[in-house]
Design a protein. Structure first.
Length: 282
């Protein structure tokens, strides 16, 4: 039984998940509130970004059309499961006017501003299939600056996006399994680093396969568990562990596997409160 459980955990981290039946109706009904309907109503939430250009390998130019979804004026408490999973939920189509009335422009979601009332982001809310979406379509900036009530980001919520710099709210307590896996994250910080950080649990493979080079957990005094392979396959060369823990912290196996850092590089200030699995750096 133990061998079967170990195999199951390994598969969870490294394998592409099999998504169960999705409720397309609920996905469309959620996003359509903000992306379709009366133009004046849409303008409350959809902000068109300046058009940018990229140079292709053959030196041709491609225009990139994107928009910001500003939910800061809403009273949302939850982003539902699979809310922005499909292409329709991440695009805004603007119809032309006058002589161009038959020409429409499709804009891709590139940034989202979350509201102060938000408490949870559900499973796979922004999950992307990298086989379907191109690199430019995967780019997503997350603005949690107003989301001071957010406590949980659930499993695979942002998996496979291209996030780069992640700034989380201090209120966040739980990061679910694979929540930010494979998202090209280069840095993690908090909106108010000088204040108390509430994070207590980091799930299995939560930041698996990103581009982190360092990890500063020194002020994470409420942290109790960092689960298997949470930071596996990054570029982490330095780690600062909490120095004033409120309770015992458990660091599971493979948490720092396939990173430059070695166990001897990590200073443990209180061995009575920090337990590091013998294979955490394997």
């Amino acid at each position: 039984m133990k061998l079967q459980l170990k195999a199951l955990l390994s598969a969870l981290v490294i394998a592409t998940p099999i998504i169960t039946v999705l409720s397309c109706g609920s996905t469309q009904s959620f996003s359509s509130k903000y992306l379709t309907g009366d133009e004046k109503e849409i303008e409350k939430y959809v902000k068109i970004n300046p058009t940018t250009e990229i140079t292709n390998p053959d030196n041709t130019k491609t225009s990139i059309f994107t928009f910001t979804l500003d939910l800061s004026s809403t009273d949302l408490t939850q982003i539902p499961e699979n809310a922005f999973y499909n292409a329709e939920s991440r695009t805004y189509t603007k119809a032309g006017t006058g002589e161009n009335k038959n020409v429409s422009v499709v804009y891709n979601l590139s940034k989202i501003i979350f509201p102060a009332t938000l408490r949870s982001i559900e499973k796979r809310a922004f999950f992307l299939d990298p086989a379907i979406y191109g690199q430019q379509q995967r780019k997503l900036e997350l603005d949690f600056s107003k989301a001071t009530s957010l406590t949980e980001i659930k499993e695979q919520a942002f998996k496979n996006n291209q996030i780069s710099k992640l700034v989380l709210p201090n209120s966040l307590s739980v990061i679910g399994d694979e929540a930010f896996a494979n998202s090209e994250i280069e840095s993690i910080s908090f909106t108010r680093p000088e204040e108390e950080i509430s994070l207590s649990k980091v799930g299995i493979g939560a930041f698996f396969n990103n581009k982190l080079t360092s990890l500063d957990l020194e002020k994470f005094n409420k942290l109790t568990s960092i689960s298997k392979a949470a930071f596996k396959m990054n570029q982490i060369a330095s780690v600062k562990l909490p120095t004033n823990l409120e309770s015992r912290l458990t660091i599971a196996e493979e948490v720092f596997s396939q990173n430059p850092i070695k166990k001897d590089d990590v200073i443990v200030s209180d061995t009575n409160k920090i337990s590091i699995h013998r294979e955490a750096f394997k």
